[in-house]
Design a binder for this molecule. Structure first.
Ligand code: FAQ
Length: 315
């Protein structure tokens, strides 16, 4: 088949909702788009462990500690599935990590904000996992098979994360005045960064149009952001907390909440590396990667030894 015929066949498959698999022919742009998005997603899961890891040793009870520990371990697992999904596209995990360390690959802006109080563990679960689920439920229908399948399990785990976060806040708002104030302060600090997780407005989103044509993304950044706001505001009401947006108002005509302007200058500053914790996050990840070199070497040596033993047994 000529390149044109291959491209047409590929797009027909996408239009008929047939999943693209690793050995199928795909345009180079599709492969690159997926490597970019899946690797950024993987990096986000792994860097996303850091703000919460910060609180494992300070959780207020054994029950909270166990739940938080399990959540953080889940995020590591999500990173691993996603790196594996990216590797099916013909790129090595080492190379993806090198791109992260060299500042060539992004990760979600949200993880460059500090987790200052215990209430932040609630807000991260409720808002950050909540926003992640909104985006990832859409991705269970993405056109690339390995990515779509990884998302199914990830979404199930993220729902548990979201609920554990909400329950932390529910406990705080039913506690003392100080605890309720701590929950409100946390919502004040995480609300806007959570809305930024969905990426720039549609008119400024460079990849959306192509990504939607290839059915990698199935909804635009603005559609998902609105869906998140509509779902989350009633949850804030139930907690008795105030969303820090004076323009937030239900619009009967639209059937959605109207909301105030997002500070896109802040968003781009954070994305470009100048957020409150960018340097610290990268420093911690590089240190952990270097300190873990012996584990990777040992695993590799073991795999080689096992393969050699199997070869001798077969011979
Ligand atoms: N932060 O043209 P678009 C989680 C970049 S997982 C940083 O709209 P696209 C779990 C974008 O990469 C959270 N950069 O891009 C958890 C592009 O730059 P590039 C992560 C951002 O791809 C919870 C440029 O701006 N989830 O939280 C951000 O069509 C709790 C132009 O943007 C995913 O990664 C941002 N927020 O749409 C873990 C989901 N937004 O690459 C631990 C998969 C945009 O050209 C604790 N990703 N940029 O240099 C996606 O759905 C999409 O990639 C979007 C962006 C929606 C993030």
């Amino acid at each position: 088949m000529s390149d044109n015929q291959l491209t047409k066949h590929f797009q027909d498959q996408i239009d008929q909702e047939v999943k693209i698999e690793p050995k199928d022919w795909m345009p180079e742009g599709y492969r690159q788009m997926l490597i970019r998005q899946i690797s950024q997603h993987a990096h986000s899961e792994v860097i996303g462990m850091l703000p919460e890891g910060n609180w494992i040793s300070r959780a207020p009870s054994l029950r909270r500690k166990v739940a938080l520990l399990a959540k953080v371990q889940d995020e590591a697992g999500h990173g691993l599935y996603l790196y594996s999904a990216a590797e099916t596209l013909g790129i090595d995990r080492d190379e993806l990590i090198a791109q992260l360390h060299q500042g060539k690959a992004k990760y979600s802006s949200i993880f460059n904000y500090p987790s200052l109080t215990w209430a932040d563990m609630g807000a991260i679960g409720w808002l950050v996992d909540g926003a992640a689920i909104m985006n990832q439920v859409m991705l269970t229908r993405t056109s690339y098979g390995p990515y779509a399948r990884a998302m199914v399990r990830i979404c199930k785990e993220e729902s548990f994360h979201q609920r554990q976060g909400y329950e932390i806040l529910l406990t705080l708002v039913r506690g003392s005045e100080d605890q309720k104030a701590m929950a409100q302060d946390s919502l004040n600090r995480w609300w806007w960064p959570a809305l930024m997780m969905f990426g720039p407005n549609d008119e400024d989103s460079v990849h959306t149009q192509q990504s939607m044509a290839w059915k990698i993304k199935r909804k635009t950044n603005d559609e998902l952001r609105q869906q998140f706001i509509d779902a989350t505001v009633p949850q804030a009401d139930y907690l008795g907390l105030k969303v820090p947006d004076p323009d937030l108002k239900w619009n009967d005509e639209r059937g959605h909440y109207d909301f105030g302007p997002i500070d896109w200058d802040e968003f781009w500053q954070v994305v470009k590396g100048y957020g409150p914790c960018n340097r610290q996050r990268m420093r911690d990840h590089i240190a952990a990667h270097e300190e873990g070199a012996w584990v990777r070497e040992a695993a590799l040596a073991y795999a080689e030894k096992r393969a050699a033993r199997l070869e001798t047994a077969v011979a």
